[in-house]
Design a protein around this ligand. Structure first.
Ligand SMILES: [Zn+2]
Length: 321
């Protein structure tokens, strides 16, 4: 019965249209097809009709088209991120339809305070948004999609990765319990696991990522966490934004190089990276929380921003960290 549901779910999901529209740059318009625009007729390979004769047979899974198959060449259930964005992203930008009026929906994976943002965290990049929770809280999928990965791995702990029809993948880490398996199709809001503290984690929280072709994006660019809703039904991903906002390792190398250059030239104070990072205050924040999240001290924050311990913080206000 489980297999039957599995087969049917694959058949159903493959009938959805990929809702990503590529915007070609000037350079790309006259280029020969790079393969991304070749659309395979999904109907031909996904119609596995179950009848009395073939009941019990397994369809040829190599013929099954998984979500966003025309963007991804692989459906890897063993590795979390086997993709190379720079090799795969051949356009200047792509418009991702997140939800349509009558198709698809969005659910907050868990409602809670953000405890850590996307960005560089002292020694390593932090590719997700950390959301506070209690162990055992139900974590749900943000959008409709199919589970690609569901297992324990280093760093993420118990982790679920879901592929969506627009090419996005969402990642849910540090779970205490996995409740789905690869190949399972889920609608937005379906429970995928229970919140926990597994992997590289210093307290119960959900590590939530959004990725496109392996490139992690800042979920706060998609989601208004205070309202618990999407900022927009569409998201335009530009190559330039990846270079200037999302490619944390490249940015960090550039940062280190620039700071080094500035120090060498005695320009530290005027270098924009040397001035420190800005932090946007969120509802429920206080100086201690901000200091902990940014690996600094309350004293240093006060000094940098001319604040007192009694200073009131306003949500939306930016301070130096
Ligand atoms: Zn995290």
């Amino acid at each position: 019965m489980k297999k039957l549901i599995y087969i049917l779910s694959i058949t159903c999901i493959a009938f959805f249209n990929v809702s990503a529209t590529t915007i070609l740059g000037d350079d790309d318009k006259n280029k020969p097809d790079d393969g991304k625009k070749v659309k395979v007729k999904r109907d031909d390979t996904t119609k596995f009709v179950i009848n009395e004769e073939n009941l019990g047979e397994t369809p040829d899974t190599t013929q099954i088209l998984f979500p966003s198959h025309d963007l991804y060449s692989t459906w890897d259930t063993s590795m979390a991120h086997p993709y190379n964005f720079n090799e795969s992203f051949k356009v200047d930008s792509v418009v991702l339809t997140l939800i349509k009026d009558c198709d698809g929906a969005f659910s907050m994976p868990i409602k809670g305070l953000i405890t850590s943002d996307f960005g560089w965290r002292r020694y390593r990049p932090h590719y997700g948004t950390d959301i506070d929770l209690n162990i055992g809280d139900q974590v749900v999928t943000a959008f409709d999609g199919m589970v690609r990965f569901a297992k324990y791995c280093q760093g993420y702990g118990n982790c679920v990765i879901i592929r969506h029809n627009n090419g996005l993948e969402t990642v849910y880490g540090h779970l205490s319990k996995l409740m789905v398996e690869p190949g399972q199709s889920l609608t937005a809001g379906s429970i995928l696991g229970l919140g926990g503290n597994t992997g590289r984690s210093t307290g119960p929280h959900l590590h939530f990522e959004m990725r496109y072709l392996g490139q992690a994006l800042d979920t706060e660019d998609f989601i208004d966490y205070e309202k618990g809703e999407l900022k927009s039904n569409e998201f335009t991903l530009r190559k330039t934004d990846v270079d200037t906002k999302y490619d944390l390792r490249a940015l960090h190398s550039r940062h280190k190089r620039d700071v080094g250059y500035a120090r060498k030239n005695g320009k530290g104070a005027t270098n924009k990276y040397a001035k420190g990072r800005n932090y946007k205050i969120k509802a429920g924040d206080n100086l201690a929380k901000i200091a902990k999240r940014n690996h600094t001290t309350v004293k240093a924050l006060c000094k940098k921003n001319g604040l007192k311990l009694s200073s009131k913080l306003k949500a939306g206000q930016r301070i130096k960290v």
